[in-house]
Design a protein around this ligand. Structure first.
Ligand SMILES: C[S@@+](CC[C@H](N)C(=O)[O-])C[C@H]1O[C@@H](n2cnc3c(N)ncnc32)[C@H](O)[C@@H]1O
Length: 252
């Protein structure tokens, strides 16, 4: 188990208490079952579409937005790469955190289909100076090449994968982008929870489901990438997350 220190200046008693509490939550079967049941119901009701960040719709559980904030403040990246822009809420979240950190930090979003109204709103957003976008499939060679070129002289990089949630696509994204993640930073693979949904859950108009999703891709990819470790302290402290087993920390 790795651990992201999110409160380095807090009193040592607070920090050790927090570590102990998170470790105990990892073993708390009742609380975890309740959280899973809540998450399943939330998915059925499209609850994660209820939120926004600085006026842009954000398609995440609020707990995962908290995790993104904790990662950004702790890692202090000079580049965040996100596949899957949608309305741009996550780009706005990342950009606003990078703005607080200062310097020339940027977030680069990739989406196969940036709708005109979303592009306009993102380009007119108060955080637009921190945001760049590439339209195209995140696994197409020209897009991968463009992202690598953009990242070339960036030293601290975080990667967020939140586009097409099929096994093959996420595996290809991991192969394309995880190498850009800097030591002690993170690649977050969202929607791994698809694997944990009840057997009878129907993903309407989606090609992914049990056995074919980001978690199956992470499991296959991790088997040959010891430079990364799953940081389970995220799911242990969030309890409700779309990314169980999806917080991949670069450890070497
Ligand atoms: C779940 S949404 C992203 C949500 C966004 N990250 C947020 O937090 O608000 C998924 C997005 O992935 C995009 N997408 C689907 N297939 C893709 C692909 N092959 N390459 C890049 N983006 C893709 C879709 O167009 C959609 O906008």
């Amino acid at each position: 188990m790795t651990y992201l220190e999110t409160t380095p200046n807090a009193h040592p008693d607070y920090r050790s208490g927090k570590r102990d509490r998170i470790a105990s939550l990892a073993e708390d079967a009742d609380f975890r079952a309740l959280s899973a049941a809540w998450r399943n119901m939330a998915q059925q009701r499209q609850y994660m579409h209820n939120f926004s960040w600085m006026g842009r719709p954000l398609i995440q559980f609020p707990m995962d937005a908290m995790a993104i904030q904790e990662i950004i403040w702790s890692v202090r990246p000079d580049l965040i790469i996100e596949t899957g822009i949608a309305h741009g809420g996550s780009l706005a979240l990342c950009a606003s955190m990078l703005e607080l950190l200062g310097g020339d930090r940027m977030v680069l979003g990739v989406d196969i289909d940036i709708r005109a109204h979303n592009r306009t709103a993102i380009e007119q957003h108060p955080m637009a100076h921190r945001i760049r976008m590439i339209e195209g499939s995140s696994t197409s060679p020209d897009v991968v090449d463009a992202v690598h070129k953009f990242a070339a002289d960036r030293k601290k990089v975080v990667v967020l994968l939140d586009s097409n949630h099929t096994h093959d696509h996420v595996l290809a994204e991991l192969n394309a982008y995880a190498s850009l993640v800097s030591p002690d930073s993170y690649c977050v693979v969202f929607d791994t929870f698809v694997e944990d949904m009840p057997d009878d859950f129907v993903w309407v108009d989606r090609p992914w489901g049990k056995g074919n999703n980001p978690k199956t891709a992470v499991r296959e990819w991790m088997a040959s990438h010891p430079e990364f470790a799953i940081d389970r302290t995220f799911e242990d402290h969030l309890l409700i997350t779309s990314a169980p087993e999806g917080f991949l920390k670069r450890v070497s």
